[in-house]
Design a protein around this ligand. Structure first.
Ligand code: KIV
Ligand code: ZN
Length: 508
């Protein structure tokens, strides 16, 4: 599809009117700067007749708006509100007067107390009055937008609505907005109605949708309306807005992007914007909020963790809708260990914390970590690291090292227990490792050392001074290779500890 969506932001109007403390001019200016960074095409700056503060704020934003940005002011379909709103928006290059009236049978009867003919007349008169005022501003890009409030409730009288809209267009409306003022039923029902209006009106009239999120489907309704002909998508940052809010701009933008639509926004600004808006609105981002919630990148089941880790460096992830950097999110996918998690999580958590671990070691310690998580719930990384230390560097078994000492050059003494039997062996060797193995051999425990490596470890990570770590590979009688580690401030002791950990692993 080549038609570009037109993002009309309503955070400063619908979002603002729902706040416990609506924003003042300075606060609106700050949110406005975020909207400019995002690159929205239009901003509904306020409801100027609602308060002096909203008038001043709308006017100020109209004054500082860039030339290519539409600044809109909302007005009921009454001359007084329309005149005030036009005064507020006229400083900008592209002023848009937005007027509305309800047309659902229920609202006309019980709220407006008007018959449909009178509502039609009011709508036509309001639009024509607004158009005249906009023309008088001399702004050649000035426009009038008309909204059918409660359009989503107009199933029974859709023909009446369409006929009225034709008249409203003839009276000068450039944009027809179809709000789902209260989301009550299926997305498809609403979208079919949008499509019918789109088919019935001249093609140079821009169709807009404005969906509230009462049943949690505003994003779906907005996105599907776009594919049914609506070009202008009215959205709020962080999904703010009356009651359960309006369509969340981030979700719509990302769905369209993922669907191959050319989205004219700087998607990389989304995450930072979300944090600022949450702070300024005092409306917390729910943990599970799609895309921006702290939990939106968390994986706890073993299967998901495995898929997430295998695809973490790829643009498409096994268990995420986008790469987080698309929306400017810098935090990585989070692996949390619970009783539902597995070896991949242990491996990732330990590696991420900066400790050396192999997948075999992760497999070995996973049941122990799992048991702890069964009791405690999600385990803090510190607890997993403690288990890792215990299980990797201090392997319990039949062999227990008591002491290893240098007696002379290449001559060492090894004291150890095997089960309850105590051994006190002197042995010569080409270095401590060789001497230790030779002492074990004399004691009746010959080992096949395949290779060994020594590392200096980051003392800070290990919580002490410089630390040496030895990694050895033994081969058991069946030809299996066993990896064991030893760590100590002394390299010699690290070697011997690695050997004893290896012995215990082989004889488990
Ligand atoms: O929800 C709604 O119907 C509105 C209109 C004023 C567009 O906010
Ligand atoms: Zn609304």
């Amino acid at each position: 599809m080549t038609r570009q969506p037109f993002f009309y932001d309503i955070t400063l109007r619908d979002g603002n009117q729902s706040l416990k403390k609506p924003w003042n001019l300075k606060e609106k200016e700050l949110i406005f700067s975020k909207l400019l960074n995002l690159g929205v095409q239009a901003v509904e700056a306020g409801f100027p007749a609602a308060s002096e503060m909203d008038f001043e704020a709308t006017k100020r934003l109209a004054e500082i708006a860039p030339q290519n940005l539409v600044i809109s002011g909302l007005a009921r379909a009454v001359e007084h509100d329309i005149s005030i709103a036009v005064d507020a928006i006229k400083p900008c290059v592209k002023p848009r007067l937005h007027t509305f009236i309800a047309m659902s049978p229920f609202n006309m009867k019980y709220v407006l107390n008007k018959n449909p003919q009178d509502v039609r007349k009011t709508a036509i008169e309001a639009v024509s009055f607004a158009k005249n005022l906009i023309l008088k501003t001399g702004r050649k890009d000035g426009e009038v937008q008309f909204s059918v409030e409660h359009f989503g409730d107009c199933q029974e009288n859709l023909d009446y609505v369409i006929e009225t809209l034709k008249d409203v267009v003839n009276a000068g409306a450039n944009v027809i907005n179809l709000p789902n003022t209260v989301e009550r039923t299926r997305v498809k029902t609403f979208v079919d109605m949008v499509e019918k209006v789109y088919e019935s009106l001249p093609k140079d009239i821009m169709i807009a949708v404005h969906c509230h999120n009462d049943l949690g489907m505003a994003t779906a309704a907005t996105v599907e309306s776009y594919f049914a002909g609506a070009t202008q998508l009215e959205c709020c940052l962080n999904g703010l807005g009356e009651r359960a809010g309006n369509t969340n701009l981030y979700e719509v933008a990302v769905v369209l992007h993922n669907s191959g639509v050319d989205v004219p926004l700087n998607l990389g600004e989304i995450y930072e914007t979300a944090l600022v808006v949450s702070d300024m609105s005092k409306v917390e981002i729910p943990e599970k909020a799609p895309l921006i919630g702290p939990e939106a990148l968390a994986h706890r089941s073993g299967i998901h963790q495995d898929g997430a880790v295998k695809t973490k460096d790829m643009e498409k992830g096994a268990y995420r809708p986008i790469h987080p950097t698309l929306i400017g999110r810098k935090d990585d996918e989070k692996i949390g260990f619970t009783s539902q998690s597995g070896k991949t999580a242990v491996f990732e958590i330990i590696s991420d914390a900066g400790y050396p671990i192999t997948i075999q070691e992760a497999v070995r310690i996973t049941p122990i970590v799992k048991e702890a998580a069964q009791k405690a719930g999600e385990l803090p990384t510190r607890n997993i690291i403690d288990i890792y230390f215990n299980e990797v560097f201090n392997i319990k078994g039949d062999f227990r090292l008591v002491a290893f000492e240098k007696l002379a050059e290449n001559f060492f003494n090894l004291k150890f227990f095997h089960k309850n039997e105590f051994f006190d062996m002197n042995a010569q060797g080409n270095g401590p490792m060789d001497a230790c193995l030779s002492a074990l051999k004399q004691a009746g425990f010959p080992q096949k050392l395949v290779d060994y490596e020594q590392y200096a470890l980051d003392g800070e990570i290990f919580g002490s001074g410089a630390v040496a770590m030895t990694v050895i590979h033994f081969q058991d009688l069946d030809g299996n290779i066993i990896l064991a580690r030893g760590k100590d401030e002394s390299t010699i002791k690290a070697n011997v500890k690695a050997i004893f950990n290896g012995l215990n692993l082989m004889h488990k």
